[in-house]
Design a protein around this ligand. Structure first.
Ligand SMILES: [Zn+2]
Length: 64
């Protein structure tokens, strides 16, 4: 079983917490849970996640 990785903010040295974060891309917006620092608010967005969501937006645009 894979353990949940604990991410630490390099700036504040506190544990990142999942928080709902809004993104907008190509005039579309979506929200997703990402890890973010409770102190400085810096979100940690894995590149794969961002790419995946953007691909979904692009696909939904093509469907029209
Ligand atoms: Zn921080």
């Amino acid at each position: 079983m894979e353990e949940n990785k604990i991410m630490i903010c390099g700036k504040c040295n506190v544990e990142l917490e999942p928080a709902k974060t809004y993104f907008s891309y190509l005039d579309h917006s979506f929200d997703t849970d990402v890890l973010r620092c409770p102190k400085c608010g810096l979100p940690f967005v894995p590149e794969e996640l961002a790419n995946e969501r953007m691909a979904q937006v692009e696909m939904s645009l093509e469907d029209k």
